[in-house]
Design a protein around this ligand. Sequence first.
Ligand code: ADP
Ligand code: MG
Length: 192
Amino acid sequence: MDDGRDAGRLTVIGGPMFAGKTEELARMVRRAQIAGREVLTVAHTLDVRYGAGVVASHSGVEIASRSVDGPAEIPGLVGPRTRMVAVDEAQFFGPELVAVVLDLLDSGLDVVVAGLTVTFDGRPFEPVPALMALAETAAKLTAVCAVCGRDAAYHVRLPDADVLPGDALVAVAAHVGGTDSYQARCRAHRRA
Ligand code: ADP
Ligand code: MG
């Protein structure tokens, strides 16, 4: 009987912006590397916040990465010694990421995916919700509400003019090629 040992494990880290998703992804990548397992970390070319070649958290944690234009490019970056594939900002990859991840798992690789579960207007944001449903392990993280300090499962987009001076650093860090800024918000404050 096939004992299933050849298939990989899927771990998904979801939540709103500022929830610590990238910090957790980096922690898992570092643990695998300490165990001597080669990790391929993948970012999307749309994520231009910190430049190509690095995945970075809002708190300054960084890991080396390869940038791709879409999910179809990921399998081609897997080398003979790769044991784990880590994908950050999964929402940039679109729903096609799901089939690619399932193929990587079937080929024996462990996969860790981090990304937004919600849009800035409070709707589920695929593919992370679907991947969470299919994962061996799924962590739903919360940020801190920028208004009241409660657990924030949402984030909102604010015009730059609405951002207070004290929020300037957060605004710069969250900036993704546009003129908008983002704040984590709890349920009561989820409407900007
Ligand atoms: P994500 O990838 O989920 O956007 P990061 O891992 O990049 O999150 O950053 C998490 C870090 O962001 C926290 O450890 C904290 O230092 C910082 N941070 C800034 N604003 C907030 C907030 N509103 N809630 C929680 N953490 C925040
Ligand atoms: Mg992140």
